[in-house]
Design a protein. Structure first.
Length: 196
Protein backbone atom coordinates (compact mmCIF):
# COMPACT_ATOMS: atom_id res chain seq x y z
CA UNK A 1 0.00 0.00 0.00
CA UNK A 2 1.50 3.31 -1.09
CA UNK A 3 0.57 6.45 0.82
CA UNK A 4 0.57 9.53 -1.44
CA UNK A 5 0.24 12.84 0.38
CA UNK A 6 -0.23 16.34 -1.00
CA UNK A 7 0.72 19.09 1.44
CA UNK A 8 -1.20 22.31 1.99
CA UNK A 9 -3.32 24.29 4.43
CA UNK A 10 -7.06 23.68 4.85
CA UNK A 11 -9.76 26.26 4.21
CA UNK A 12 -10.74 28.69 1.47
CA UNK A 13 -8.37 31.35 2.81
CA UNK A 14 -5.39 29.29 1.60
CA UNK A 15 -6.86 27.84 -1.59
CA UNK A 16 -4.62 28.46 -4.58
CA UNK A 17 -1.62 29.68 -2.57
CA UNK A 18 1.94 28.59 -3.24
CA UNK A 19 2.02 26.41 -0.13
CA UNK A 20 -1.07 24.52 -1.39
CA UNK A 21 0.36 23.27 -4.67
CA UNK A 22 0.43 19.77 -3.14
CA UNK A 23 -3.34 19.86 -2.65
CA UNK A 24 -3.87 20.92 -6.27
CA UNK A 25 -1.72 18.07 -7.55
CA UNK A 26 -3.49 15.50 -5.33
CA UNK A 27 -6.82 16.72 -6.69
CA UNK A 28 -5.56 16.26 -10.26
CA UNK A 29 -4.21 12.80 -9.41
CA UNK A 30 -7.51 11.78 -7.81
CA UNK A 31 -9.42 12.86 -10.92
CA UNK A 32 -7.08 10.97 -13.25
CA UNK A 33 -7.18 7.79 -11.12
CA UNK A 34 -10.92 8.14 -10.44
CA UNK A 35 -10.36 8.12 -6.67
CA UNK A 36 -12.92 9.90 -4.52
CA UNK A 37 -11.39 12.02 -1.75
CA UNK A 38 -14.52 12.35 0.37
CA UNK A 39 -13.58 10.43 3.51
CA UNK A 40 -12.27 12.15 6.66
CA UNK A 41 -9.78 10.11 8.64
CA UNK A 42 -6.34 10.64 10.21
CA UNK A 43 -6.96 14.42 10.23
CA UNK A 44 -7.02 14.22 6.42
CA UNK A 45 -9.25 14.03 3.38
CA UNK A 46 -8.45 10.58 2.05
CA UNK A 47 -9.32 8.26 -0.80
CA UNK A 48 -8.38 4.68 -1.62
CA UNK A 49 -7.94 3.21 -5.08
CA UNK A 50 -5.50 1.85 -7.63
CA UNK A 51 -2.85 3.47 -9.81
CA UNK A 52 -1.26 1.24 -12.45
CA UNK A 53 -2.53 -1.80 -10.56
CA UNK A 54 -0.93 -0.69 -7.28
CA UNK A 55 -3.17 -0.07 -4.24
CA UNK A 56 -2.80 3.51 -2.99
CA UNK A 57 -4.16 5.84 -0.35
CA UNK A 58 -4.30 9.53 -1.28
CA UNK A 59 -4.29 12.02 1.60
CA UNK A 60 -4.58 15.78 2.03
CA UNK A 61 -3.73 16.59 5.69
CA UNK A 62 -6.08 19.08 7.36
CA UNK A 63 -3.75 19.80 10.29
CA UNK A 64 -2.16 22.90 8.72
CA UNK A 65 1.22 22.63 7.05
CA UNK A 66 3.49 22.76 10.10
CA UNK A 67 1.71 19.76 11.68
CA UNK A 68 1.48 17.63 8.51
CA UNK A 69 3.40 14.82 10.21
CA UNK A 70 0.57 14.23 12.69
CA UNK A 71 -1.75 13.19 9.84
CA UNK A 72 0.91 11.39 7.78
CA UNK A 73 2.19 9.44 10.78
CA UNK A 74 -1.31 8.35 11.79
CA UNK A 75 -2.15 7.13 8.27
CA UNK A 76 1.20 5.35 7.86
CA UNK A 77 0.76 3.52 11.16
CA UNK A 78 -2.83 2.50 10.38
CA UNK A 79 -1.97 1.08 6.94
CA UNK A 80 1.38 -0.35 8.04
CA UNK A 81 3.15 1.76 5.42
CA UNK A 82 6.92 2.10 5.80
CA UNK A 83 8.55 5.45 5.08
CA UNK A 84 9.93 4.07 1.79
CA UNK A 85 6.35 3.58 0.55
CA UNK A 86 5.30 7.15 1.41
CA UNK A 87 5.32 9.79 -1.33
CA UNK A 88 4.99 13.47 -0.39
CA UNK A 89 4.05 16.16 -2.94
CA UNK A 90 5.10 19.60 -1.73
CA UNK A 91 6.11 23.13 -2.67
CA UNK A 92 9.81 23.94 -2.89
CA UNK A 93 11.39 27.40 -2.97
CA UNK A 94 14.69 25.98 -4.25
CA UNK A 95 13.21 25.64 -7.74
CA UNK A 96 11.52 28.18 -10.02
CA UNK A 97 7.82 28.00 -10.80
CA UNK A 98 7.32 25.26 -13.37
CA UNK A 99 10.09 22.94 -12.19
CA UNK A 100 9.27 19.48 -10.78
CA UNK A 101 11.87 17.14 -9.29
CA UNK A 102 11.73 13.70 -7.69
CA UNK A 103 13.97 13.06 -4.69
CA UNK A 104 14.36 10.31 -2.10
CA UNK A 105 15.42 11.13 1.45
CA UNK A 106 17.34 14.15 2.65
CA UNK A 107 16.57 16.88 5.13
CA UNK A 108 13.64 19.23 5.41
CA UNK A 109 15.43 22.16 3.74
CA UNK A 110 13.59 24.61 5.99
CA UNK A 111 10.16 23.22 5.01
CA UNK A 112 8.25 22.87 8.26
CA UNK A 113 5.74 20.43 6.81
CA UNK A 114 8.55 18.07 5.79
CA UNK A 115 10.22 18.50 9.18
CA UNK A 116 7.01 17.46 10.90
CA UNK A 117 6.70 14.40 8.62
CA UNK A 118 10.31 13.36 9.29
CA UNK A 119 9.64 13.61 13.03
CA UNK A 120 6.44 11.55 12.90
CA UNK A 121 7.71 8.90 10.48
CA UNK A 122 10.95 8.56 12.44
CA UNK A 123 13.08 9.09 9.35
CA UNK A 124 13.44 10.83 6.01
CA UNK A 125 13.51 7.87 3.62
CA UNK A 126 10.28 8.82 1.87
CA UNK A 127 10.01 10.01 -1.73
CA UNK A 128 9.30 13.66 -2.48
CA UNK A 129 7.82 15.29 -5.54
CA UNK A 130 9.33 18.76 -5.21
CA UNK A 131 7.31 21.42 -7.02
CA UNK A 132 9.00 24.75 -7.62
CA UNK A 133 7.31 27.91 -6.36
CA UNK A 134 10.29 30.27 -6.71
CA UNK A 135 11.87 32.49 -4.08
CA UNK A 136 10.37 35.64 -2.59
CA UNK A 137 11.61 39.01 -3.84
CA UNK A 138 14.44 40.58 -1.85
CA UNK A 139 13.19 41.82 1.49
CA UNK A 140 10.03 39.67 1.57
CA UNK A 141 9.74 37.02 4.28
CA UNK A 142 9.34 33.40 3.15
CA UNK A 143 6.45 32.85 5.58
CA UNK A 144 4.33 35.45 3.82
CA UNK A 145 5.48 34.52 0.32
CA UNK A 146 4.32 30.90 0.53
CA UNK A 147 0.83 32.04 1.56
CA UNK A 148 0.44 34.29 -1.50
CA UNK A 149 -1.43 33.22 -4.62
CA UNK A 150 0.43 32.73 -7.87
CA UNK A 151 0.46 35.71 -10.22
CA UNK A 152 -1.60 35.59 -13.43
CA UNK A 153 1.58 35.10 -15.44
CA UNK A 154 2.72 32.26 -13.17
CA UNK A 155 -0.68 30.57 -13.40
CA UNK A 156 -0.07 29.99 -17.11
CA UNK A 157 2.83 27.76 -16.07
CA UNK A 158 1.25 26.28 -12.93
CA UNK A 159 -1.52 24.40 -14.74
CA UNK A 160 1.11 22.58 -16.80
CA UNK A 161 3.24 22.04 -13.70
CA UNK A 162 0.33 20.33 -11.93
CA UNK A 163 0.06 17.88 -14.84
CA UNK A 164 3.83 17.24 -14.81
CA UNK A 165 3.82 16.56 -11.07
CA UNK A 166 0.76 14.31 -11.34
CA UNK A 167 2.48 12.33 -14.09
CA UNK A 168 5.66 12.10 -11.96
CA UNK A 169 3.63 10.53 -9.12
CA UNK A 170 2.10 8.01 -11.53
CA UNK A 171 5.56 7.21 -12.89
CA UNK A 172 6.93 6.57 -9.39
CA UNK A 173 4.04 4.23 -8.60
CA UNK A 174 4.12 2.36 -11.92
CA UNK A 175 7.87 2.19 -12.66
CA UNK A 176 9.64 2.73 -9.33
CA UNK A 177 11.51 5.72 -7.97
CA UNK A 178 14.79 5.32 -9.85
CA UNK A 179 13.16 4.86 -13.24
CA UNK A 180 10.86 7.80 -12.53
CA UNK A 181 13.80 10.01 -11.56
CA UNK A 182 15.68 9.05 -14.73
CA UNK A 183 12.66 9.83 -16.90
CA UNK A 184 11.03 12.82 -15.21
CA UNK A 185 14.02 14.74 -13.84
CA UNK A 186 15.86 14.44 -17.17
CA UNK A 187 12.80 15.36 -19.23
CA UNK A 188 12.13 18.47 -17.15
CA UNK A 189 15.76 19.57 -17.41
CA UNK A 190 15.58 19.17 -21.19
CA UNK A 191 12.36 21.20 -21.34
CA UNK A 192 13.98 24.02 -19.39
CA UNK A 193 17.07 24.04 -21.64
CA UNK A 194 14.86 24.14 -24.73
CA UNK A 195 13.10 27.25 -23.43
CA UNK A 196 16.34 29.19 -22.91
Amino acid sequence: MKLIVGLGNPGSRYAGTRHNIGFLILDALARTADIEMSRRKFDSHIGRGMISGVPVVLAKPQTFMNLSGVAVGAAARYFGTEAEEVLIVHDDMDFPVGDVRIKVGGGAGGHKGLLSIIDHLGGSGFTRIRVGIGRPPAGEMAEGYVLERFSEREMETVSHTIEQARDAVIEVVSSGVQAAMNKCNTRITQNLSEEV
